[in-house]
Ligand binder design. Structure first.
Ligand code: URP
Ligand code: ZN
Ligand code: ZN
Length: 460
C-alpha cells in the first residue's frame, strides 16, 4: 500500500518546507517537490501542517494506584491519544516491592498486548532496588528494549526509594547504557506536611497543594542532579513544575551536566488557584500540584532556553466517582488528571498561536526530543525517509472547544472544559495507516505496537 501526501507544509524540529511525502507500507519512502509517483491513495494536505506524530513519554493507562485504577485502559487511552495527534506513548511498569521487574512487566504486557490502538513503550519503575533487581537491569534493556528506569523520591511507603537505592540503581543503569527518570519531590517532607494538615483537620484539596510546596521539588531535583552527576548516569526529571526545581537543573548546567527535563501541559497552562474551588479542585489534584503564574512563565522560558526538553501529560485520569474517594480527606484523592488527547492542540494554541514558541520548537518538545532521549529516533519523532509514517495533518486555523462531551478519554470531566482552542488535528497516520480522519478512528484495538527502544545516547 502506497500513500501520497500532497501539497503539505512539512514541519520538523529543524525544517519548514513544502513537499510531497510518499509512504510505502509503514514507512516514509520519499520526500520531494511535486513527486510524480503512483500511489494507491492520495491525500491532499493543502493548507495543512504536516508534522511528526506526537510522542507523549509520560502516561499511566490502566494503572493500579491509590486503591483504584486509572480510568483509561490501553484501548481507550491510546485511541484518545491518536485523536489528539499523539501516535506513541510511554507508560510506566510499576515493580511491586518484594517482587521482580519481570513479574511487573508480565502484568503490564497482559494489559497492553493486543489492546493498544496506538504505539506504546514502557519505562520500568524500580520501587525496590536490591541484588536481584540489579541482576535484571541488563536484560530489561537488552532483551526487552526498555532503556529507561523510573524512580520515585516520593509516595513514601508505596513507591519511594531512598538515596542509597537511587545511587546503586544509577550505577547499574549507567553501566548498562540506560537512563534514570525521576519523580523528584521530597517524600519525607511531604509525608510530614500531609500528616500535619490532617491532624489540624485541614482536609480539602487545597491542602494537597499546601503539602507539596515548591521547596519539596527544588530540594529533590537538586539532590537528584547531584547523584546523577556523581554517578555519571543520564537523568530525566519528569513533570517538573516550578522555578526552584528548574533553577536546580540550571545550576547543574554550570558544571556542564545535562539533566533532561519534562514538564507537562497543565503546568504551563493551569495554576494553583483551581484548588480554591472547594472539592471541585480534586479534578486537578496531581503530584506535584499546579503552581503559580511565575512558575508558568519560568517553564515557557525554560523551553526556549533549551532547559525544558519535553512537554508531556502525565495522563492519569480518574472518573469523578473515583475522585470522591477523597471527599473527606485530600490524601485519598487519586492523584492525576486527563490530558492525553488535549496536549498537542493546547500546546499549539497556547504556545505557537500565542507566540510563545516557534513551530519548530513545538515539534521538538511535543515529539522529537522524547523520541531522541528515549531511544526511538529517527524511527519516531520526525518526518524523514525511513522513519515510521507517523504523521499528523494539522489545520492551524480551525477553532474548536474542548469538552468532556466530545472527548474520547474514558473520564467524565475535562480538565479544560470550555477552553477555546485554535488549531485542530484533522488526519493522523500511524505506520502508514490512516488512523484518524473526519473525527473517526479507522484502526482497531490491537493495531498499536510495542516499540522496543535503543540504548540511550545521552544527547539531543
Ligand atoms: O498525580 C500524578 N502525577 N499521578 C500519577 C503518578 C505520578 O506521580 O506520576
Ligand atoms: Zn510522578
Ligand atoms: Zn506520572
Amino acid at each position: 500500500m502506497r500513500t501520497l501526501l500532497k501539497n503539505g507544509r512539512i514541519i520538523t524540529a529543524t525544517d519548514d518546507y513544502r513537499a510531497d511525502v510518499l509512504i510505502d507500507g509503514e514507512v516514509i519512502a520519499a520526500i520531494g517537490n511535486a513527486l510524480t509517483v503512483t500511489a494507491d491513495k492520495e491525500i491532499d494536505a493543502t493548507g495543512l501542517l504536516v508534522m511528526p506524530g506526537g510522542v507523549d513519554p509520560h502516561v499511566h493507562l490502566d494503572m493500579p494506584f491509590m486503591g483504584t485504577f486509572s480510568s483509561d485502559n490501553y484501548e481507550t487511552g491510546t485511541r484518545a491519544a491518536l485523536f489528539g495527534g499523539t501516535t506513541t506513548v510511554i507508560d510506566f511498569v510499576l515493580q511491586k516491592q518484594g517482587n521482580s521487574l519481570k513479574a511487573a512487566l508480565d502484568e503490564w504486557n497482559s494489559r497492553a498486548n493486543g489492546t493498544a490502538v496506538g504505539d506504546y513503550s514502557f519505562h520500568m519503575a524500580v520501587t525496590d532496588f536490591n541484588d536481584n533487581t540489579k541482576g535484571e537491569i541488563q536484560g530489561i534493556i537488552e532483551k526487552e528494549g526498555i532503556t529507561s528506569f523510573k524512580t520515585f523520591m516520593a509516595y513514601k511507603g508505596a513507591l519511594m526509594i531512598d538515596d542509597r537505592q537511587m545511587v546503586g540503581l544509577m550505577q547499574e543503569v549507567k553501566k548498562q547504557g540506560g537512563l534514570i527518570n525521576v519523580h523528584a519531590t521530597n517524600g519525607d517532607m511531604i509525608d510530614y506536611l500531609v500528616a500535619r494538615h490532617k491532624a489540624e483537620g485541614k482536609l480539602s484539596p487545597l491542602y494537597h497543594y499546601l503539602s507539596q510546596p515548591e521547596v519539596t521539588e527544588a530540594e529533590a531535583s537538586a539532590r537528584f542532579a547531584d547523584m546523577a552527576h556523581y554517578t555519571g548516569c543520564p537523568g530525566y526529571i519528569v513533570h517538573l513544575t516550578c522555578e526552584g526545581a528548574l533553577n536546580a537543573v540550571r545550576q547543574a548546567t554550570r558544571r556542564n551536566q545535562k539533566v533532561f527535563v519534562e514538564t507537562c501541559i497543565q503546568y504551563l497552562l493551569l495554576d494553583a488557584s483551581l484548588y480554591e474551588k472547594d472539592f471541585e479542585g480534586a479534578k486537578w489534584v496531581m503530584s506535584p500540584p499546579l503552581r503559580q503564574p511565575k512558575d508558568q512563565a519560568t517553564l515557557w522560558a525554560g523551553i526556549n532556553q533549551g532547559l525544558v526538553n519535553v512537554v508531556a501529560t502525565d495522563h492519569c485520569p480518574f472518573k469523578w466517582e473515583q475522585k470522591l474517594m477523597g471527599q473527606h480527606d485530600f490524601s485519598k484523592i487519586p492523584n492525576g488528571h486527563p490530558a492525553i488527547e488535549n496536549r498537542m492542540e493546547l500546546l499549539f494554541s497556547e504556545g505557537v498561536n500565542k507566540g510563545k514558541i516557534t513551530l519548530n520548537k513545538y515539534v521538538e518538545v511535543a515529539s522529537t526530543n522524547a523520541a531522541k532521549i528515549f531511544g526511538m529516533f529517527p524511527r519516531k519523532g520526525t518526518i524523514a525517509v525511513g522513519s515510521d509514517a507517523d504523521i499528523i495533518l494539522f489545520d492551524p486555523q480551525e477553532k474548536h472547544t474542548l469538552s468532556a462531551s466530545t472527548h474520547h478519554m474514558n473520564v467524565d470531566y475535562s480538565a479544560y472544559e470550555g477552553w477555546e482552542v485554535t488549531g485542530k488535528v484533522k488526519t493522523v497516520l500511524l505506520r502508514g495507516q490512516v488512523a484518524i480522519d473526519n473525527n473517526q478512528c479507522h484502526v482497531e484495538k490491537g493495531y498499536g505496537k510495542f516499540i522496543k527502544r535503543n540504548k540511550v545516547e545521552g544527547k539531543i
